[in-house]
Design a binder for this molecule. Structure first.
Ligand code: BGC
Length: 710
């Protein structure tokens, strides 16, 4: 089966059959948007559907596949797409939590494990990875991605594509990956879901496109255009970015699909007067598949007759769709993925626990953690303590919450000899405060309180923007009561984004970001609190002190008058510090590592050179240390104002108790390039600074000067 064969098949297809291939319809198992136009036996049999979304399970997928293969005129198989974002049957930590592990190998392994499970369930394609750069925690979809930095995003993208797709898309355990949402949804106006984005071309190319470029370079099979507009042009109809950039410049020849009903929504954007215009615009931009709106099938014939669309674009789209089906091996054997299907595996569960423990990020600790032997009576309070269903996080379609141990379960299992009592105090978002007094009383009688706070799973993810990403409901009141009990308090935050909680950072004895950790949640949290596992998570996003600082991220450009505490006429707030609560990369462990002696092999370099950087890392404690060391650069003088810090690399190092060792980094000279006036990479001669440290707080970075000679 080759491209020639596809041409022959295309030549036999009617217009309606072609439009059917370009139509993706929802089917049954889950609703990820407003339900309309569900696939039916009749529509599949009539060849009006080329792919289905939101359907999994061997029996269901095989049944639809049989209809397509045996009862349509041409017997073209369907493909099945599902949002497999953080596990399928086995639930892994949300992507933001996974990102905090800063380990591409791990990112790849979780995608691989999820792909195997989903493929066994009849899924051919995942709507993942989510590659929006996110610098605004009001936007709930921060939970689905890698955070704020484009280099992290690029490595995350490549790892996820490799993991989902494996070496061969046709292998029974492989899924086609869909890089989404192309692009800039993370820059939605004021963090409001589906809102417009607007930015300079430079920021677009520096910050938002690199993860997508990395996905394309890794061979990603599909791309989903975003709901939002960018600079006034909805991404579903964005000719310069979809056609000129993706197809033209990057040479992407896979499938582009719309987001859910987004083609029809071109009417809401105000760029199309009716469905035929909407269909014409999306097709012209290069969108091959219409997810859910049914507009291609219903209105492209009219668009053709009104001269709004061209048949050659339809043919090109169908060619790409059929090619994807061929690469997925569906023409050879449409049931290849479900044959010998296995559901959730024990290995996946083990991996989920491993990621969960590694993702937990210790934000503050005065030494109360790990919990000492002297803490015999423990009060577990707060609405997340027993919230099994919330542990699965926002994008779990097939994962059963019963696989997740709660925080309370985890603690009880890990500390069987201690006295552990629980009072939730309040619900996650309700306004009933009547349980607070009992929760406080429980704490007063305990040696320490574990305060389990945070969001419900559905408070992050899609359509979950929060103008005030704080503790919802009456949790603040509960926290205040517990903090005033006089007992030491360890606060845990379950969330899909940083929450604004400076009072906890100040008054709790320890503060821990536990994200949404999936299957391993309870066990992993207990392992970290008891010190059986040293926390290794590092923030992939800057954690704001106040909502008024948003967006706050480490790579901002210099201000005209950089902040100076003694000069009022500098770039600062008069009512808030500029500094976030916690910087990008922040995360404590129970060991303490000191960095010094930053040095460069050469203080000068030329194009094509390798830049070698070394630093000594010393474990000052009596327990092993697992540290993440970040390398940043700054271009001191450039044609376009360069960011004050740019992440260039990171290293994860293990140090035995008291061990000291040298950690080395190598950069290519070109890694220090900026974009010229035409947004092409250019290495500018002149001065740079290299910075190395444990996070992006510039006050604590070690630095060394470096000069580019030509
Ligand atoms: C979301 C996508 C998702 C799609 C299908 C949309 O509403 O924006 O991320 O892949 O639904 O479920």
């Amino acid at each position: 089966m080759d491209l020639n064969w596809i041409e022959k098949l295309l030549a036999r297809m009617t217009l309606e059959e072609k439009l059917g291939q370009m139509t993706m319809s929802p089917a049954g198992a889950a609703a990820t948007g407003p339900i309309r136009g569900e696939a039916t036996t009749e529509s599949v049999r009539a060849g009006k559907v080329g792919s289905l979304l939101n359907l999994w399970g061997r029996e269901a997928t095989d049944r639809f596949q049989k209809l397509a293969v045996e009862e349509t005129r041409l017997g073209i198989p369907l493909f099945f797409g599902v949002d497999v974002l953080h596990g399928h049957r086995t639930v892994f930590p949300i992507p933001l939590a996974e990102a905090s592990v800063f380990d591409p190998d791990l990112w790849e392994r979780t995608a691989r494990a999820a792909a195997r499970e989903a493929a066994a369930d009849g899924v051919d394609l995942t709507f993942a990875p989510m590659l929006d750069t996110t610098r605004d925690p009001r936007w709930g979809r921060m939970a689905e991605g890698f955070g704020e930095d484009p280099l992290v995003g690029a490595r995350f993208a490549a790892a996820k594509v490799r993991g989902f797709q494996g070496g061969d898309l046709a292998s029974p355990g492989a899924l086609a990956a869909t890089a989404k949402h192309f692009c800039c949804g993370g820059a939605a106006l004021a963090g409001r879901e589906y809102a417009a984005a607007d930015m300079s071309e430079r920021t677009l190319h520096e910050t938002y496109l690199p993860p997508f470029r990395a996905a394309v370079e890794a061979g990603c099979a599909a791309i989903m255009s975003a709901f939002n507009s960018l600079g006034g042009v909805p991404m579903t109809a964005h000719v310069p970015l979809l056609r000129s950039y993706l197809r033209g410049k990057l040479g992407f020849d896979g499938v582009i699909m719309s987001d859910y009903a987004a083609i029809e929504e071109l009417i809401d954007h105000g760029v199309a007067a009716d469905r035929a215009e909407a269909a014409g615009l999306a097709l012209k931009a290069g969108v091959d598949i219409d997810m859910v709106s049914g507009v291609y099938l219903a209105a492209l014939p009219e668009a053709l007759s009104r001269g709004l669309a061209e048949l050659k674009d339809i043919d090109a789209a169908v060619r790409r769709i059929l090619t994807l089906k061929m690469k997925l091996g569906l023409f050879d054997d449409p049931y290849r993925r479900t044959k010998g299907a296995r559901s959730a595996s024990r290995a996946a569960k083990k991996l989920a626990l491993d990621v969960a423990r590694r993702a937990i990020t210790l934000l503050a600790n005065d030494g109360i953690l790990p919990l000492g032997e002297n803490i015999r009576r423990i009060a577990v309070v707060g609405p997340l303590a027993e919230a099994r269903e919330e542990m699965v996080g926002p994008w779990t379609l097939a994962g059963d919450p019963r696989q997740c141990a709660t925080i309370l379960d985890g603690l009880r299992a890990a500390l069987p000899e201690r006295e552990i009592h629980c009072q939730l105090g309040v619900t996650i978002a309700g306004d009933d405060e009547s349980g607070i007094a009992a929760a406080r009383a429980l704490c007063q009688n305990a040696d320490a309180a574990i305060l389990c706070l945070g969001e419900a799973a559905n408070m992050s993810g899609e359509a979950a923007s929060r103008a005030r990403p704080e503790l919802p409901g009456r949790q603040r009141q509960l926290a205040e009561a517990v903090l005033s009990s006089g007992r030491p308090v360890v606060a845990l935050l379950s969330s899909g984004r940083p929450l604004i909680v400076p009072f906890l950072a100040e008054r709790a004895r320890a503060l821990v970001a536990t994200w949404f950790l999936g299957a391993g949640a309870g066990e992993a949290i207990a392992e970290v609190l008891t010190g059986r596992f040293d926390p290794t998570g590092r923030l992939p996003v800057t954690w704001p002190l106040d909502v008024g600082q948003i967006p706050v991220f480490f790579a901002e450009r210099p201000a005209a008058r950089p902040a100076n505490p003694t000069d009022p006429f500098t770039s600062k707030y008069i009512d808030l510090p500029n500094e976030p609560l916690f910087p990008f990369g922040h995360g404590l462990s129970y060991a303490q590592v000191k960095l010094d002696n930053l040095r460069l092999a050469h203080a000068e370099f030329r194009r094509g050179d390798r830049i070698r950087v070394a630093i000594d890392a010393q474990n000052l404690s009596d327990r092993p240390a697992f540290e993440t060391i970040f390398l940043f650069s700054r271009d001191c003088v450039a044609t376009a104002a360069p960011p004050v810090l740019e992440l260039k690399n990171w290293a994860k190092v293990k140090l035995a108790a008291r061990q000291k060792r040298t950690v080395r980094f190598a950069l290519a000279a070109e890694d220090l390039s900026c974009l010229d006036a035409d947004l092409r990479p250019m290495l500018e001669p002149g001065d740079f600074d290299i910075f190395v440290g444990l996070n992006a707080d510039r006050r604590f970075l070690l630095s060394a000067p470096l000069r580019c000679l030509d």
